[in-house]
Design a binder for this molecule. Structure first.
Ligand SMILES: Nc1nc2c(ncn2[C@@H]2O[C@H](COP(=O)(O)OP(=O)(O)OP(=O)(O)O)[C@@H](O)[C@H]2O)c(=O)[nH]1
Length: 201
């Protein structure tokens, strides 16, 4: 399939407190979840960036990905947080700030069920004028223009770390899932129960 004219960003610098171990490294079919996420994004996007938080985490992820079948995606980029410890908004800011200009497809590291059909409908609404295209109440599996890095940085400077606060400041349009499969794109593996359920299904 032809790649879409977007770049992929995986936000992956969290603490995985609810899971109790690093979500990005959860084994699925013998490979870490992060490798599945990179493969999924690489098929759809021009490039893949992982916003991994710290330099230590970047080294760990680089090493773990290098152990996997790369399926052609040796060219993954990494970003470290400029505002460490400030949550997903800091991950978004760090990633967007170093990505090629344009729309970035933003996904959390614990969302393995990327929906190509939903993404394509989101892209149809990304006309260059809107800053972000997302489903109501959902910050991830969304398109955000790289110019939003500035507004994210301003919020972080003010000590406001709320991701949806950024969305409320941007010019956005919403695109809702139409099918069960599209809705599943928003499911996170953020607890051991969610992970066990995903492995069973
Ligand atoms: N780069 C970066 N990513 C983050 C940060 N905090 C959370 N994330 C990522 O943002 C996404 C959504 O965050 P959460 O689901 O709350 O992840 P989490 O903080 O690891 O999980 P909990 O500790 O259980 O709340 C996940 O993919 C996290 O890896 C951060 O400070 N920096």
């Amino acid at each position: 399939m032809d790649k879409l004219p977007i770049h992929g960003l995986i936000i992956a610098g969290g603490n995985s407190t609810r899971m109790g171990s690093d979500k990005a490294l959860l084994p699925i079919g013998g490979r870490p979840l992060l490798a599945h996420m990179v493969t999924g994004l690489h098929r759809l996007c021009q490039s893949v960036t992982i916003s991994a938080g710290s330099e230590e985490r970047i080294e760990l992820y680089r090493k773990r990905l290098a152990e996997c079948d790369t399926e052609g995606w040796q060219d993954v980029s990494f970003a470290s947080d400029v505002y460490p410890g400030c949550g997903p908004l800091a991950g978004l800011q760090a990633g967007l700030a170093q990505m090629p200009e344009g729309y970035a497809f933003i996904i959390a590291c614990d969302m393995p069920q990327i929906s190509k059909s939903l993404l394509k409908r989101m892209l149809e609404r990304a006309d260059g004028e809107v800053d972000a295209v997302h489903a109501a109440g959902q910050p991830f599996h969304a398109l955000v223009h790289t110019r939003a890095a500035a507004a994210a940085g301003q919020l972080l400077e003010q000590g406001d770390y709320r991701f949806m606060r950024l969305m409320s400041q941007l010019k956005t349009v919403t695109v809702e899932p139409r099918t069960e499969a599209e809705s599943q794109a928003f499911e996170n593996l953020n607890t051991p129960e969610a992970y066990a359920r995903y492995l069973r299904e």
